[in-house]
Ligand binder design. Structure first.
Ligand SMILES: [Zn+2]
Length: 575
């Protein structure tokens, strides 16, 4: 039984190294290929031979990546199919752990290779820098600490996953409770919010306990690798060669001076529309005019047709790309029983085509999601002819420029889904969401900068540091009577626990997306051409060059942000 929505897909380039009939889910068949690469490296006597070797390694990586993707897609499209689950888990448990040390061995062979420094400089600048960095940071004594870290993260996830409340006689998860914050009945919203907030506080001490241990572990990991603190280690580990902690601190300051006034204006606007004295935390998600939710489409086929129309109006090449995804059945978009939650875009790395998964139910958020994921898909299509596997993907800071730009550019044609008044309402919600994201991004990022550069702090000091950030970035929301809730509101941000320092990327990317959008206001054709050219570079250039190819500055300072927020603000006032 074929559990994949799409049929047979041929590799973009015929295989030259990986055997046609190999079973890529069977480690004993893969191991000899790793061994071949390990032993063959020494035979590469000139740069061309080493490049050839790299391409064989790339081919293996792409084939394995596609195998993993196929199993993941089958599993998420059929969560009720035991066979699909087994096949996925087999790969995760029996292939990946074996593969990891062999990949690392190949990396070590590569960076120590006599031809390493003789490869064409510009072409290999990014790849060599990243591989060298990965090898240089490895410390055998950190392996056990990283396992400890993963276990603590799992404890956190278990703690959060078990949180539930009894609301009006029914047990509900906290995620399910989110819906009540959109109810026009204010007393109901408050009741729901308080219940959730109090439930979270029950676990506050345990969250703090887990986090104390994580800080200790991470600080030790950094010290073992020769870094003064975990922040500096994390920057290096994430290959952040193109920006520094100082740039991020500058970003936080710029959010405070340039974006907070706009946030306060939006909050004030909401407060007035709701006819309230003060905004309370349960007043932030409801439609300020108490209107029913937007209904962009009734069924998924309609969503696809209308999205296609948006791309037809935007750009012929992108439109053809989305059309091709439909022809090849590379979309699984409807919400149905037996499907995993959420949405993602995944590359099939050997066929070099993108696949989009989501759970559309007919709300405006679905339209944002399909535009967003299509942006990621366009990125994959644009970088398709790049033969070095590592360069077919870009760093997150730029991947999200591809997707977030498409939300903004696609939004110009929302009339494909709505009458004009409703289209404007959707645009307004979207732009307010973009502006409102920056302060939380700055809070999460600045908090972690403080934490890991003050690793010896007490819990009381940590609380004070967080409250200071809430004062800077929380805006005008009245938490009186709920001071403890406010002081611990970071506990629900899983990135702080599970993915330290991974968050600012979204802020950086959003600045890129806003610039692409601003450029399109002046010259749509040029903005789209620059966007496509930058996407075609994949990950082959450093971030500042990817941004510059897209017509954007790679800067997060006040001077860059000011005109973008002005444009967004002007736009909002028109809607
Ligand atoms: Zn994304």
């Amino acid at each position: 039984m074929n559990l994949l929505p799409f049929g047979k897909l041929a590799p973009h380039r015929p295989r030259a190294f990986v055997p046609q009939d190999i079973d890529l889910g069977d480690w004993p068949q893969i191991a000899p290929l790793c061994a071949q690469l390990e032993s063959r490296a020494a035979q590469a006597k000139d740069p061309a031979a080493l490049e050839h070797w790299l391409l064989d390694w790339s081919e293996l990586n792409a084939a394995l990546d596609e195998e993993a993707s196929r199993r993941y897609i089958a599993m998420t499209c059929h969560t009720d199919n035991a066979e699909a689950e087994k096949a996925y888990l087999h790969f995760v448990e029996h292939v990946e752990p074996q593969l990891k040390p062999r990949q690392f061995a190949l990396e070590k062979i590569y960076v120590a290779h006599p031809q390493f420094n003789h490869l064409p400089k510009a072409r290999y600048q990014v790849f060599n820098r990243d591989v060298k960095n990965h090898v240089a940071l490895f410390r055998p004594e950190n392996v056990a600490l990283e396992t400890e870290d993963a276990k603590l993260c799992q404890q956190y996830q278990k703690l959060i996953g078990a949180q539930a409340v009894k609301f009006r006689g029914e047990e509900k998860t906290l995620v399910q409770m989110g819906r009540y914050l959109e109810e026009p009945d204010r007393a109901l919203r408050q009741e729901a919010w308080e219940l959730v907030a109090k439930r979270r506080l029950v676990d506050a001490d345990q969250c703090e306990e887990i986090f104390d241990q994580l800080i200790q572990l991470r600080t030790q990991i950094a010290k073992n690798a020769g870094f003064e603190n975990y922040r500096d280690f994390a920057f290096r580990q994430k290959c952040r060669f193109d920006y520094t902690p100082k740039n991020c601190l500058q970003f936080h300051d710029a959010v405070e001076t340039e974006i907070m006034p706009a946030v306060r204006e939006i909050q004030n606007d909401r407060r007035r529309q709701l006819k309230l004295e003060k905004l309370r935390p349960w007043d932030l998600a409801v439609d300020p005019q108490n209107r029913a939710p937007l209904k962009p489409f009734a069924e998924v086929g309609e969503m696809v047709t209308r999205t296609q129309k948006i791309f037809n109006r935007l750009d012929a090449e992108l439109a053809a790309g989305f059309r091709q995804m439909q022809d090849l059945k590379l979309l699984d978009l409807d919400n149905r029983k037996g499907k995993a939650p959420g949405g993602y875009q995944q590359n099939l790395s050997e066929a070099r085509v993108p696949f989009i998964f989501m759970n559309a139910i007919g709300v405006q958020r679905d339209v944002e999601t399909i535009l967003h994921e299509a942006g990621h898909a366009f990125h994959a299509q644009a970088a398709r002819d790049e033969d070095l596997y590592a360069y077919r993907g870009a760093p997150i800071e730029f991947c999200e420029v591809a997707s977030m730009s498409m939300e903004l550019l696609g939004n110009e044609f929302l009339e494909e889904f709505y009458p004009p008044v409703e289209a404007n309402r959707a645009r307004k919600t979207h732009l307010e969401g973009i502006i409102g994201f920056f302060p939380w991004m700055a809070t999460v990022d600045a908090f972690q900068h403080w934490i890991y550069t003050h690793a010896d702090h007490t819990r009381a000091e940590r609380k004070a540091a967080y409250l200071q950030l809430m004062d800077r970035f929380g805006g005008d929301v009245d938490y009186s009577g709920f001071e403890e809730v406010r002081a611990h509101s970071w506990h629900r941000q899983l990135h702080i626990f599970l993915h330290p320092f991974y968050y600012v990327e979204y802020g950086i990317a959003q600045l890129g997306a806003l610039q692409v959008w601003a450029n399109s206001r002046w010259n749509k054709a040029k903005a789209l051409n620059d966007y496509k050219k930058a996407l075609a570079l994949g990950g082959s250039r450093p971030l500042p060059e990817l941004f510059s190819a897209a017509g954007c500055k790679f800067k997060f300072d006040a001077a860059t942000i000011r005109p973008l927020i002005q444009l967004a603000g002007n736009e909002l006032r028109k809607l």
